[in-house]
Design a binder for this molecule. Sequence first.
Ligand code: GTP
Ligand code: MG
Length: 416
Amino acid sequence: MGFVDEVTVFARAGRGGDGSASLHSEPFKPRGGPDGGDGGRGGDVIFEVTPGVHDLSALAERPHLRAENGRSGGPGRRTGADGADLVVPVPDGTVVSDEHGLLADLVGAGARAVVARGGRGGRGNASLATGRNRAPRTAEAGEPGEEKHLTVELRLVADVGLVGLPNAGKSTLLSRLTAARPKIAPYPFTTLSPNLGVIQGDRRLVVADVPGLVEGAHEGRGLGDRFLRHVSRCRALLMVVDLSAEDPARDLAVVRAEIEAYDAGLAARPFAVVGTKADLVDDPERAVKRLGPDAIATSGVTGRGLDRLAERVADLAALPRAEADRRPFVVLRPARPAFEVRREGERFRVVGRGVERWVAETDFDDPRAVVRLQKRLIREGVERQLSALGARRGDEVVIGDRAFEFIPGAPEEERS
Ligand SMILES: Nc1nc2c(ncn2[C@@H]2O[C@H](COP(=O)(O)OP(=O)(O)OP(=O)(O)O)[C@@H](O)[C@H]2O)c(=O)[nH]1
Ligand SMILES: [Mg+2]
């Protein structure tokens, strides 16, 4: 598989082990106490930046990620073993999102994020015994692990990015500045995926060459602007313009406008303007002046301007990287409402990690447990939300994999 920079995967964390509902028994003792142990925790699915991993092809080949389930508790208060975490090696610059948005932005070796959390183990009946119920006959089921469809993107972490129209000579520049040997050809869209090269000067500088932009790239024209994300972390940009083109100044304006439309922050990054193919124009210095006072005229054929360009690149890359840029961060979303009620045709569905867990953990053969659940749902405002959305007595309400009949205020009625 080639260079893979975007992939969707399905991550399933481990389910928590069930609690045990064992009752202690010894010869000649008629009835023992509850001695069922707790279930173990389900494993997490974790992404970790690992040196040596350069793209997402391993994920693309194995898009189903599963962590181990926790084991069930056992008699004699035996706690079930925790499920092992699944640690997935990802390249530096991996960005993970789920349907709610950004989840983690992993920068720097060792940066890690839990992308799907394992379920808690259910409590065994030994832990559930209370003064009022000394010998519970049931135990909690383990909590399901999180299941998530994730979009994973790679944003290369280069120091300097080459941006320009197709055929401007970006890959040629990369090949002249570094040891990289990207494909070069006399037609647009030669480069279809980003190339990286390294300038070994006083410092090691990584240069990224990305596919060409066209006017309207931000609306999806040409190859679109999605490749710009690879240069979105660069300290500096080189805007590459073909001096032999009909109107180089206009080409530069197009490139600027596309970068601006993609991300105003990127447009504000330090940059240099490079005119290429100086060997093809009569008066390169005059031509390049039209692109700005500091623009540099270069030629991949004669080697003109390349030393000056390399110096300029080193200067640009020495500028401090914008503060926020190298900080790995994992998004901790602001507390989402604990649940959400949706109408699904005739019925209603309540979704939410907490409520679904309560339902999953309830023993429906135990009427008291059911009443407890119902009270909990009322306390949490689920009933109110359902009524507000138009649920009527007798309507079907689905929570997790269970269907209920909506009977507002039931536990209260039962008490009287
Ligand atoms: N004469 C001359 N030709 C050049 C120069 N630089 C690039 N070229 C030619 O211009 C064409 C395009 O060069 P590339 O380096 O592939 O251009 P690119 O910007 O990477 O193009 P895409 O990957 O399609 O966006 C090739 O035929 C190169 O040989 C130069 O300085 N002088
Ligand atoms: Mg190219």
